[in-house]
Each structure stands twice: as C-alpha cells, then as structure tokens.
Write a protein that binds this ligand. Sequence first.
Ligand code: MN
Length: 261
Amino acid sequence: MPRILVTNDDGVHSEGIHALAAALQPLGDVLVVAPHTESSAIGHALTLRRPLRIEEHGAGFYAVDGTPTDCVNLAVAVLLKNELPDLVVSGINTGWNLGDDVTYSGTVAGALEGALLGVPAIAVSLRRTRDYVFDFGPSAQAAALLADLVLQHGLPDRTFLNVNVPMGVPRGFQRTVQGKRNHITRISERMDPRGKPYYWIEEGIDEWTAHDRSDYHAVKQGFVSVTLLSPDMTAHAGIDAFALPEDAAIVKVAEIATKKA
Ligand code: MN
C-alpha cells in the first residue's frame, strides 16, 4: 500500500482536509498531519525560533502547532521515522490558489515541501464561497483521480501539481500555466482605543492578465486547472537579459572589504 501524507493550511479541523483524506483512503495508507490552527497565507515558512509539538486527534490524524512546511517535516522525521511517503497531498483549501497567489499560499507550500524532499506532491484548492459553505465532494474526487495517476506514473523530478477546482461539477481537467494577477493590496488604517493606528491587510481588487492557457482562465471556464510547478524560481528565459558590473569593478568591492578588516 502506498503511503500518502496529507496536510493543509486551513488546520486539522477543517472540513476540506477530512474530505480529502476520506477520498484518498482507497489509494493507500493515509496519514494526516496539519496545523493545529489556520495558517492560510503563511507561505513556505519554517518555524525555527520556538519548539513544536505533535498532538494526536484520532486515528491517523495529527496536529502540529506550526506551519504546513513544519507539518511535512515533522511527519517524515517523527511519525514516519525518516521514511519518505509515496505522495504528499495538501488541501482542500477553501479558496483558489491561482497565479501569483501561489507564493503566499500555505497549501501550495505543503506540496512544495514534498517536492523538495523528493516526493511527488499535489496542492488542491476549491473556489471560495461567499457564505463559506462548501461542497468538497467533486474536488475530493478530482484530487483522488489525480493522486491515483501520480502514484502510478510519478511526476518529473522536484515538481508538484497545483490543482484548482471550480464550484459545482467540473467540465474536465486542463493542463495550465501559472496566470498573472495584477494585485492591488488594500491596507485599511483604523484606530485602537488609545488613539494609535493599526492596520488590516485586506484582500484587494484583482485584475487578471487573461490568456488561454492560464490557471485562472481554466477555472473560470469550469475546468479543473492542473499546473505543474517547480521550486526552481529561476527565470530561465531571461537568464542573460540583465546587466552585471564589469569584472574590473570587483576592485571596488575588494577595497571596501580591506577597509573593514
Ligand atoms: Mn487556507
């Protein structure tokens, strides 16, 4: 039986992770290790300045008082005794992780950590609803179909799938590329009872640079968007397209170093 590690950023008590774990059960031994409390938009953070604890929450369910990245690492080192799982699946997040948002996402980071450990991984996100009531059925089934294929065929080395599911019954699956979001972050200033200002980062107005192959376009058309992501953020296409100082200019750097020494 393949071993499947499940994590998320909405927390161990979220409905999405329970739906995901249940849908993956027929495919292997499922181990759920997720943050104790919600840690959405925590990105790929690793907790280094305080200790972490693992708490059992029923058979196969564990909570860590840390980030999704902490969860994956503790799951492998402690619960799996340094044996890698065959697959990491992160989600199901209540809200899409499309385009540039993948850089903020704790859900995506959970899968990214899997890829860095050399394990094929999948991040799954569902469209957010206004009243926060979700039907996780179709997205959990879509995740199980993809998980089954990844277990059979694997993924290219150090890559993972970012999966976004539309509301309702999807029209199919589409291979997509990460879209571009023109994000205007809105920060609202308020006053505390002592007259000092404090700030809330609000979800701003998003504009999308629409193109046919983008993740955003696919979900808007009712398809499950499947993007192959890589931890390598090198802009390979532009690798020689910026200026560097002349070699001789390194003398100036050396001078500074000598003065300091
Ligand atoms: Mn979340």
